[in-house]
Structures are given as C-alpha cells and as structure tokens.
Design a binder for this molecule. Structure first.
Ligand code: ADP
Length: 396
C-alpha cells in the first residue's frame, strides 16, 4: 500500500510518499507560494533524482495535481498510476472532541473550521485544502490524524484548567496537548532502541513549535501544550504560557482591542519577541555569540522553561529513564541541550559535553554513569501519520 503524507501551510504543500509494505520512503517533495502572484517552486526527490519546476499553482488541489504528475512521470516517476495512492494522510491539528484518526468528512471539516480560533495558523489552511482535495480526487480517501489524539491518555488532573466549570463542560476549555505524532514516534523509537516497553521518557520536541511530553510505556501522561498551540514553552513567534490578566493592562495602555493583542502575542511573541532578532534559533544564537544581551536572555528564558517542565515531569512520572531531544533545535543546538542539562546532578542527570558536540543522528549524549540517559533522536512524524492512515483505511 502506498500512502502520501501531506504537510500543509497556508501557501505551501510538502509531502512524502511511503511504501507501507516496507515502510520505506519512495519520494518527497514540496511546493511553495501556492495561490500567490508568483511562480511556485515545485521540487520532487525520488531516490537520488531531484527535479524542480517553476510554475503558477492556483490552490492546494493544483499543488497535489502537480505532485501526482511528478510522481507518475513516465521517465522519472515512481508510480505507474495515481490509483496506486491508497490514501492521503494529514497531521491535522485540532477538532476538539473529534480527536483520534478519522476519514475526512463534512462533520470533521465543519468542526475544524468552527474551532479555527484555537489553531488559527493551522486549521483554516488544512480545512480549505482538504475540501479542495475531496472535490478534486474523490477516489482517494483522506485521513486526518489529529495531533491531540496521543494525549487522550492524560489523567483528568493533568488536563483540567482551574476555570469556571461551565467552560470545561460546555466550551471544551482544557489542556488538549499537541505534537502527538512526534512524541508518539519518540516513545516508540526509545522502546526499540532500549528493548524496553515500560520506559519513562521525557520527550523534548524543540523546533518552530516546541513542547515537552511526559510518557510512560509509550503513553502520554502530560504535555506542555494546553488548550492551543500558543501555550507551553515560548514558541518561535508565539507567546507560550502567560498570565491573561496582563492583557487588560496592555489594552488600556495601548487602546488596542483583545483580538489585536492576541494576534500580536501569536505572531510577535516567543523567541522573536524576546530576542528582537528573529524567530529562528540559529540567528538568535549567532546574535548572542556576538554579544547581543537580549538574544542571550531569550535563549536563557527558553532553556529555563524547558528545565522547569522537565522538573515537573520528573515529579509527574516519579523519575525518568531518558530525556530525549528532537525537532530542529533539539537535534541541532548544542547550546540549548547543554544549558537544559546543566546543574541537574541532583536527579542524576549528567551530560557528556563531548558527545553533545558530535551528535550524528540517533546519539546518546549522557555520560555512562548518568542515572537518566540523555538522547538525541531525530523525529519522524510522517511515518507515524502514514501508519495511522493505513490503520484507518483498513478499518473503514
Ligand atoms: P517546525 O516546528 O516548523 O517543523 P523545525 O523542527 O524544523 O521546525 O525547527 C526549526 C527550528 O530549528 C528553527 O528555529 C531553526 O533555527 C532551528 N535550527 C535548525 N538548525 C539549527 C542549528 N544548527 N542550531 C540551532 N537551531 C537550529
């Protein structure tokens, strides 16, 4: 069975094609500038062969058509026909109680649209693109793997906000948790690496979006992302955990309304807001190295928050066997890993500084006498979504 896994942005479409018999990746590609007044760059990689085309792409249905044309190209493609694509899987973000893994239908799309204000950067482009794809490719099942599904195992005491009861019951205001595919992958991979299925793992997915997850036996016990992807750790340009009452003061002092202030917090906050440099950790590290104190403080706040969550989760899990770093920052930033793991000897955590400097793929970076192992494990959210897509199609 061949499955396409789609990663959508409002003007972009990235994909991977898997042969699920062997779980091998057959192709990957991406298309940018969708719907813009400019040519899109459409690339596809099949084995060692990379192709690029520049052309105008009107919408996401046209982007998928371009992708299928490239994949079925007689000379360079890897599919003999579009019929070989058994399903398209999506890492969808939020549909409230419609969580889990589901075939995309009107009910799901209506719900994602109705709840767009929870995930404004993600829900609208996904719902729009899924509607276009259903119309354009009615024979290909579309499957949504909701990011919240992995966190259904979190106990009520770790999911419930201290809000008026009606907010929880009527409006579903609770800590939903996100980044499910990544944390699920890390939990499963650590079980494979160690040969144990009872591990307590603290998974630190640090990237454009960041979250920490406490897991036991591969199940989520707590996640730093709460009701919306704007919560938890400082994000690239989104605020993270914050006291909502500060809004009233800033509203009065600036004369701006709540929607404007919330949009500012979701686009000019996080690492960008604190550093004043960039929403990209590489730029901030470089500025900090060159003596920019504000950039340095942004990184210190980020690592301090990661530390606080690790401390919480050591308490939630009653200890841990491993702490894992993943995501663009987790996999690549020597500084962030070093600072997070510094001064944690009280809990038996010892980073091997040399190993931390020479990470290559899956790498253990703790010392041999560290009670808690520290690992870098590159995540693979797409294979998780591909597996879930196969299961959903088979059980339908
Ligand atoms: P997304 O959450 O959008 O998938 P990624 O997981 O790709 O994002 O992470 C993007 C982040 O990773 C960016 O902030 C980028 O600066 C950071 N990053 C990538 N490479 C490095 C590096 N070598 N050092 C520090 N940060 C890095």
């Amino acid at each position: 069975m061949k499955v396409l896994v789609a990663n959508l942005g409002s003007t972009s479409f990235k994909y991977r094609l898997f042969d699920m018999q062997t779980e091998s990746q057959l192709a990957r590609g991406g298309i940018d500038r969708i719907g813009e007044e400019a040519d899109s760059n459409c690339f596809v990689e099949i084995g060692d062969n990379r192709q690029e085309v520049q052309t105008r792409i009107a919408d996401h249905a046209a982007a998928v058509q371009m992708c299928l044309d490239q994949l079925t190209d007689r000379e360079t493609g890897c599919l003999s026909s579009v019929d070989e694509v058994a399903a398209i899987g999506f890492k969808a973000v939020f549909a409230g109680k419609l969580s889990g893994v589901r075939i995309v239908d009107d009910n799901l799309l209506d719900t994602m649209e109705a709840l767009a204000d929870v995930a404004p950067a993600h829900n609208p482009p996904y719902a729009k693109a899924m509607r276009q794809l259903r119309a354009a490719f009615p024979a290909i099942p579309l499957v949504a793997a909701l990011e919240t599904a992995f966190h259904e195992t979190i106990a009520p005491e770790y999911r419930t906000y201290a809000v008026p009861y009606e907010w929880q019951e009527k409006y579903e205001v609770r800590r939903w948790g996100f980044h499910g595919a990544s944390h699920r992958y890390i939990g499963g991979r650590m079980a494979e690496i160690t040969g144990r299925d009872d591990l307590k793992v603290i998974s630190c997915h640090l990237g454009g979006s960041s979250s920490i997850c406490a897991m036991e036996g591969g199940e989520s016990r707590s996640n730093s992302l709460g009701m919306t992807p704007q919560s938890g750790l400082p994000q690239n340009n989104r605020v993270g955990d914050f006291d909502p009452y500060a809004l009233r003061l800033v509203k009065r002092l600036t004369g701006k309304d709540y929607d404007t202030l919330l949009d500012e917090l979701a686009s000019q906050g996080g690492l960008l807001g604190m550093s004043g440099v960039s929403n990209d950790a590489r730029d901030i590290e470089q500025a900090a190295e060159q003596g920019n104190a504000q950039a340095d403080l942004a990184l210190k706040v980020y690592t301090a928050d990661i530390k606080r969550y690790i401390g919480q989760y050591l308490a939630v899990l009653n200890g841990a066997n491993a702490i894992v770093f993943t995501g663009g920052i987790g996999e690549n930033s020597e500084r962030v890993r070093r600072d997070v793991c510094a001064n944690m000897d009280y809990v038996g955590l010892h980073l091997d500084k040399e190993r931390n400097k020479h990470v290559d793929g899956e790498t253990k970076i703790s010392t041999e006498d560290s009670r808690i192992e520290i690992w870098v494990v590159p995540t693979n959210e797409e294979i998780v979504v591909a597996r879930q897509t196969v299961a959903a199609v088979n059980s339908n």
